[in-house]
Design a protein around this ligand. Structure first.
Ligand code: C2E
Ligand code: CA
Ligand code: CA
Ligand code: CA
Length: 277
């Protein structure tokens, strides 16, 4: 009844209050962490299914909170996105990735790093300016820094966004569409976007051995990627069985716990060096 639902709302509002304080606390702690430069990236490899070669790594932000321990990105990225903190966070993430690329360069390693950017990073030219300056300062080839943008972004049809993506493309920065299959991008839109890779969302990959429907969806995404001349990379691959189904569907690359968990810089460097011999 209406009365019950009003009570529900009142209860909900009351419960949310401490929650809200908590979120504000977390956000100001995050701001501090960025100022103190304590955010880290962990790196997870992407592997070619054709020959097992390393395609690159994805950098995933990690925040060790002084009292809470590691806070998962799914908990603080949405908070950052709803505030002015997101551009600061992205700036940190980009410079950590560039410094890592420079360190690898010095050791003769040329492994592309993909960083995740949020939809709001793609408004205005902050990001393109930041990247142009960063690549120059660190002396990094544009092709080594990849950006993962979610399909949510692609669905948006604004002229500004189109211009930013075109500019990134002109700069030679490869774009990857993340979480593919969860958004609503039109085929026409996909065809005209300057992207270099589709990443199949983990929700489909995780059920690829159990559900005929999910196999069908994954097959359709792979075929779509190929029709667009793009490689399809499956994320969240946890088992050999999943990997074999993906291989049989013509998937080009995999990323997930089966190959390796995300690792701190030193560990991924060892991992890369060991694979090369
Ligand atoms: P995402 O971009 O889809 O990243 C993949 C997530 O799946 C990562 O979670 C990764 O640790 C996890 N993962 C990888 N392999 C497996 C697997 O085999 N099984 C399972 N169950 N999970 C796997 P993580 O690091 O917690 O990041 C969550 C999300 O937070 C990311 O999803 C991304 O959307 C966002 N994120 C992470 N780092 C950044 C960042 O630097 N900037 C922005 N804007 N977003 C970020
Ligand atoms: Ca990603
Ligand atoms: Ca993803
Ligand atoms: Ca995801």
């Amino acid at each position: 009844t209406a009365k019950q639902s009003r009570q529900g709302i009142a209860l909900y509002a009351a419960e949310r209050d401490p929650h809200r304080t908590d979120r504000l606390g977390l956000l100001s702690d995050l701001r501090q962490a960025i100022a103190d430069d304590v955010l880290e990236l962990h790196y997870q490899p992407k592997i070619s299914l054709a020959d097992g070669s390393l395609l690159g790594v994805e950098g995933l932000v990690r925040w060790r909170h002084p009292s809470r321990g590691f806070v998962p990105p799914d908990m603080f990225i949405p908070l950052a996105e709803q505030s002015d903190v997101m551009p600061l966070l992205t700036q940190r993430v980009v410079s950590v990735a560039l410094a890592q690329l420079a360190a690898w360069n010095e050791r003769g390693l040329q492994v592309p790093i993909a960083v995740n950017v949020s939809p709001i990073d793609l408004t205005g030219h902050r990001l393109t300016d930041l990247l142009a300056r960063g690549l120059e300062d660190y002396g990094i080839a544009a092709g080594l820094l990849q950006l993962e943008i979610t399909e949510r972004v692609v669905a948006e049809e604004t002229a500004e966004l189109q211009e930013v993506l075109a500019e990134l493309n002109r700069m030679g920065i490869p774009l990857s569409i993340d979480d593919f299959g969860t958004g609503y991008s039109s085929l026409l839109r996909l065809k005209t976007l300057p992207v270099g890779e589709l990443k199949i969302d983990r929700t489909f990959v995780s059920k690829v051995c159990e559900s005929r429907v999910d196999v069908g969806i994954v097959r359709a995404i792979i075929d779509l990627a190929h029709a667009l001349d793009l490689p399809a990379i499956a994320e969240g691959v946890e088992t050999v069985q999943q990997q074999e189904v993906l291989r049989s569907l013509g998937c080009d690359g995999v990323q997930g716990w089966l190959v390796a968990r995300p690792m701190p810089a030193e560990q991924i460097t060892d991992w890369i060096l060991q694979r090369r011999v």
